[in-house]
Ligand binder design. Structure first.
Ligand code: NAD
Length: 256
């Protein structure tokens, strides 16, 4: 498929997991991709593993929770590629695994800085570029945690609910510029984040994997490519009539 020929996409948190899956799928469909990630070594390693065609993948190091540096990187992406058609707001963290009365202010603030402000900052600084182009598609990675409760991760639930609500606000405000804003809500996707979660919350990773898999009606763990498929649908012209929507990709977990 060549749905993204000539298009430029930014993926935050693109060096691993779901973000990496999105980078790979966008590249395979013809996009030029800017991978923005906190971890510069992982960025370099992932970039060399993906074997992107010459000039179609660049890496940028930034903490999405820091506005000035992120804005600088977005300006640099625009300078390097000349346009920005797609923004995938993917970077996120889940820790701490604590009950609400145990969460410190510092832990709350750090999680919101990455998961909530990170989406706000990237969107804020990409929007003027898309408004000038009179086109663009923003896909925010929320979570089924925006719809239902897992327990023990209140800051994460708050952030993913906020991202889902911000998606709908921005869809309303920027439709007049031909900018669409949608969200993907993944369930359990086998990434480093979920591996860490299973190791931490269950007697062993293997035991956690069996339990988490069985919780899903399809009896499957998601793969980053499952989320990337939904992201690329929303980012593409196939979704030209879709804005302010959620796509839940969770093996049926939230259908209960
Ligand atoms: P992951 O931990 O496997 O990868 C996250 C990537 O983001 C890493 O490369 C990391 O370096 C980068 N990152 C972390 N903090 C950053 C920051 N401050 N600035 C820039 N980059 C940063 O995570 P994942 O499982 O791939 O999750 C990706 C997104 O999907 C997150 O927003 C997460 O909340 C969401 N999500 C994941 C699942 C799942 O089951 N894995 C389910 C629902 C939602």
């Amino acid at each position: 498929m060549t749905r993204f020929n000539g298009k430029v996409a930014i993926v935050t948190g693109g060096a691993a997991g779901i973000g990496r899956g999105c980078v790979a799928r966008l590249l395979s469909e013809g996009a030029s991709v800017a991978m923005i990630d906190l971890d510069s070594q992982k960025c370099q390693a992932t970039a060399s593993e993906l074997h992107a065609p010459e000039g179609r993948l660049r890496t940028y190091t930034a903490d999405v929770g820091k506005e000035a540096i992120l804005a600088d990187r977005i300006r640099q992406v625009h300078k390097d590629f000349g346009r920005i058609d797609v923004l995938v707001n993917n970077a996120g963290i889940v820790r701490p695994y604590k009950s609400t009365h145990e969460v410190t202010e510092e832990e709350w603030d750090r999680l919101q800085a990455v998961n909530t402000k990170g989406v706000f900052f990237a969107t804020k600084h990409v929007l003027p570029i898309m408004m000038a182009q009179k086109s663009g598609s923003i896909v925010n990675i929320s979570s089924v945690a925006a719809l239902l409760s897992f327990g023990g991760i209140a800051p994460y639930h708050a952030s993913k609910g906020a991202v889902r609500a911000m998606t709908k606000n921005d869809a309303m405000d920027y439709a007049k510029y031909n900018i669409r804003v949608n969200a993907v809500l993944p369930g359990f996707v086998l990434t480093d984040m979920v591996k860490d979660e299973l190791e931490t919350l269950y007697p062993s990773y293997e035991a956690g994997l069996v339990t988490a898999t069985a919780m899903q009606p399809l009896n499957l763990m998601g793969e980053p490519s499952d989320i990337a498929a939904a992201v690329c649908f929303l980012a593409s012209e196939d979704a030209r009539y879709v804005t302010g929507s959620d796509i839940v990709v969770d093996g049926g977990y939230s259908a209960r």
